[in-house]
Design a protein around this ligand. Structure first.
Ligand code: FES
Length: 148
């Protein structure tokens, strides 16, 4: 990484069945994505609460990506649709406290295709890099310190 360029810390919640499998496949296929992302595997994105996203920012993340199964493909039927609603609610909360909503994003990917997830990660890193460091992250002393 170039030390002159701001390198955002992105936390990615990936559902076990599709997004995490997609990230695994990307590794197997040697599809590269920026090392700015740390992945947390979750059984389903429907398990994620709004407070998890807010907590990630409080603990030093500059951006948060939620990656679930394709719509209609959630292994827990509607988990990804619940996650979509919660991500949208959290984005509104972020806006209310003056943080750019673009720092939080939900995407849907297939376990059978690694390229889309890699592209989403690349785009997320570029977006957050342009936004600059999260003002919340600047104050954080946390698990994200182990990032670099
Ligand atoms: Fe993947 Fe629900 S199992 S989003």
């Amino acid at each position: 990484m170039n030390s002159d360029i701001f390198e955002p810390k992105i936390l990615a919640f990936c559902c076990h069945y599709c997004a995490y499998a997609s990230a695994d496949l990307a590794g197997s296929m040697r599809i590269q994505y920026p090392p700015n992302v740390r992945i947390i595997c979750t059984p389903c994105t429907g398990r994620l609460e709004v407070e998890y996203f807010i907590k990630a920012f409080e603990q030093g993340a500059d951006g948060v990506l939620v990656a679930g199964c394709l719509e209609g493909g959630c292994h827990f039927i509607k988990g990804n649709l619940c996650a979509k609603r919660r991500v949208n609610a959290a984005r509104e909360l972020l806006s209310e406290i003056g943080l750019e909503a673009e720092r939080l994003r939900m995407v849907n990917v297939s376990a059978a295709d690694a390229r889309p997830l890699a592209d989403y990660i690349i785009d997320m890193v570029q977006t957050v890099r342009k936004l600059g460091p999260s003002p919340i992250a600047a104050d954080a002393t946390s698990i994200m310190e182990n990032f670099s």
